[in-house]
Design a protein around this ligand. Structure first.
Ligand SMILES: NC(=O)c1ccc[n+]([C@@H]2O[C@H](COP(=O)([O-])OP(=O)(O)OC[C@H]3O[C@@H](n4cnc5c(N)ncnc54)[C@H](O)[C@@H]3O)[C@@H](O)[C@H]2O)c1
Length: 337
């Protein structure tokens, strides 16, 4: 693996995001030449905390800026792309969806169109769709398979499904770009600074001794996959597509295939840190709550296809990553005090 990525010219959109910064960190270690797009120079990212920014070339700007994308792609003779930039906050998308449509949908077609028109060197484009693109299926249909139709309703989910389908056009016979789409479950781990996501929010409350406020009643089923497993999936997909264009147009799910109730995730964390009384308080607070609105009730991803093609399976789970994740957040908060 290390030889393959060495000296490869790689473009990561959303490089200062949770997944983007972890991917950049890993690829720097493998000797790649990284070019990244970040929306602004707000230094709230693992990229800056771990001094990775000095090891890559960062362009600041919007993923909908065609001229900027043209410049990045042509000037640097980019061969490999990971498209991760997105407006990911479900709550923001529900309140005011315009920027979510713009970033997630327009951002995707402007990028793919820029590659189609201006880029001669591209051999692999991995586009991050999401488990949310599927929309909602009944519990008995868990885990979700790649063959399921996309039937989203909520705005973030729809924006990801639109981007996902735009990839079909660009990888299809007319434009023939080498694209693989990923639909991954909830990713967690060091560097995730979206505090509307469950695990960052939980650790924020635990470390700061604050009362954790749950959005729904805790009964939703979710699938949590660790960032290190996801980085491995991204690398194997990118390398394989680069070497074999026949993979273009394929879609891959990844998750743990082990759905867990939100309340059980909370319990696991509070038990681990021996905060039993706090957990009882949370349980009391949600007693009279109803299910959260604007969220899919049951999701977990079937990773059989990724296993069949590349022998990928998750190595980590919530229990064996809790300490590593906690330590990262602890140091993150300490740095900020
Ligand atoms: N984290 C998860 O649980 C998860 C699960 C499945 C899929 N995904 C997908 O993976 C990708 C990465 O997610 P993440 O968790 O790292 O999110 P993140 O919010 O941490 O990172 C997203 C990045 O996109 C950038 N961005 C947002 N709007 C932009 C714009 N208009 N122009 C340029 N850049 C912009 C942000 O600055 C940020 O760096 C997203 O496409 C997301 O939909 C994430």
């Amino acid at each position: 693996m290390s030889n393959f990525f060495q000296n490869k010219k790689i473009f990561i959109t959303g490089v200062d995001g949770f997944v983007g910064s972890n991917l950049a960190k890993h690829l720097i270690g493998l000797g790649s030449k990284i070019f990244g797009l970040a929306k602004n120079n707000k230094k709230e990212s693992l990229l800056y905390y771990e001094n990775l920014d000095s090891k890559i070339k960062i362009y600041y700007g919007n993923v909908t800026n065609r001229l900027l994308l043209k410049k990045i792609l042509t000037r640097n003779k980019i061969e490999i792309v990971f498209h991760l930039a997105a407006q990911v906050e479900v709550g923001i998308a529900n309140k005011n969806p315009l920027n979510t449509w713009e970033t997630n949908i327009r951002g995707t077609y402007v990028l793919l169109e820029s590659i189609r028109k201006y880029s001669k060197f591209i051999k692999s484009i991995i586009v991050a769709s999401s488990d949310k693109a599927y929309g909602s299926y009944p519990k008995k249909m868990l885990p979700y398979k790649e063959s399921y139709d996309l039937r989203p309703i909520f705005p973030y989910d729809t924006s990801k499904a639109c981007a996902d389908m735009i990839c079909r056009s660009y990888s299809g016979e007319i434009f023939n770009l080498p694209i693989v789409v990923t639909r991954f479950a909830n990713i967690y781990g060091p560097g995730q600074l979206n505090f509307s996501a469950l695990i960052p929010d939980l650790l924020n409350s635990i470390i700061k001794n604050k009362v954790f406020k749950l959005r729904g009643d805790g009964t939703d089923l979710r699938d949590f996959v660790y960032i290190k497993d996801i980085i491995k999936a991204y690398l194997v997909l990118s390398k394989s597509l680069y070497r074999n264009k026949l993979l273009s147009g394929e879609i891959f799910n990844a998750g743990t295939n082990k759905p867990i109730k939100i309340i059980d995730v909370i319990k696991l964390f509070y038990k681990h840190f021996q905060k039993h009384e706090d957990f009882e308080k949370i349980k009391n607070l949600i007693k009279n709550k109803t299910k959260s609105t604007g969220e899919i009730p049951f999701q977990s991803m079937d990773y059989k296809k990724l296993y069949k093609f590349f022998k990928w399976k998750p190595k980590y789970n919530l229990s064996n990553t809790i300490e590593e994740t906690y330590k990262w957040y602890y140091n993150f908060f300490k740095r900020k005090i």
